[in-house]
Design a protein around this ligand. Structure first.
Ligand SMILES: CC(C)(COP(=O)(O)OP(=O)(O)OC[C@H]1O[C@@H](n2cnc3c(N)ncnc32)[C@H](O)[C@@H]1OP(=O)(O)O)[C@@H](O)C(=O)NCCC(=O)NCCS
Length: 166
């Protein structure tokens, strides 16, 4: 059986990451977002999934700040995550996100925020309740957060510049 391996992305993965993101979303927006986040120096952690040396999945966590009166708390945003269309539904996205969380926690990160389907992200511990106090253009049921340690529950979410939302 072909095993899926998860590892940190390296510069040589760039084209394959672009292809996987583009194929998964059937458009270039997310692939271009990844490039812009990287170019701006806002990537915190990027992982890829490989099968038989072929890159089949990718996840990016970028630097998101929670701004409260006079201070900024460094959190991460999970986006985007993509798995090659022919290999979806086999646990690769789950493995990428879980491995990402493990590495982020080990690195001392305390809060992750995601915008997406609660039916999917809920399985990793993300809840809208944990994100409901944040001031964000994305505020709504799809905005979810996961805290591994003490972290702000209110404040303005400041996304990396590449998201174009301030
Ligand atoms: C979303 C995505 C990354 C998940 O990766 P995956 O390897 O297919 O997912 P897994 O095998 O780990 O998990 C499968 C489960 O997720 C669910 N799922 C997959 N995509 C989903 C989505 N967009 N919304 C809600 N649930 C989803 C499946 O129904 C399945 O549920 P089950 O375990 O209850 O049967 C992948 O399907 C993908 O690339 N989709 C297109 C791009 C996208 O929508 N990315 C997420 C937004 S940033």
């Amino acid at each position: 059986m072909t095993e899926t391996g998860i590892r940190k992305a390296v510069a040589a993965d760039r084209a394959a990451i672009f292809s996987v993101e583009e194929a998964a979303f059937a458009r270039k927006d997310e692939a271009e977002l990844v490039e812009a986040i990287r170019r701006d120096g806002d990537a915190v952690l990027e992982l890829v999934a490989e099968r038989d040396r072929v890159l089949v999945g990718h996840v990016l966590f970028s630097r998101l700040c929670v701004e409260t009166a006079g201070s900024r708390f460094a959190a991460v945003a999970l986006a985007p995550v993509a798995v090659a269309p022919g290999l979806q539904g086999r646990g690769i996205g789950t493995a990428l996100i879980r491995d990402g969380h493990r590495r982020l926690r080990a690195a001392g990160e305390r809060l992750s925020v995601v915008l997406g389907d609660p039916a999917y992200y809920g399985r990793f511990g993300y809840t809208h309740r944990r994100a409901a106090g944040f001031d964000s253009l994305f505020q709504g049921d799809a905005l979810q957060a996961l805290a591994w340690d003490a972290a702000p529950e209110t404040g303005r979410l400041v996304y990396p510049r590449a998201f174009g939302v301030g």
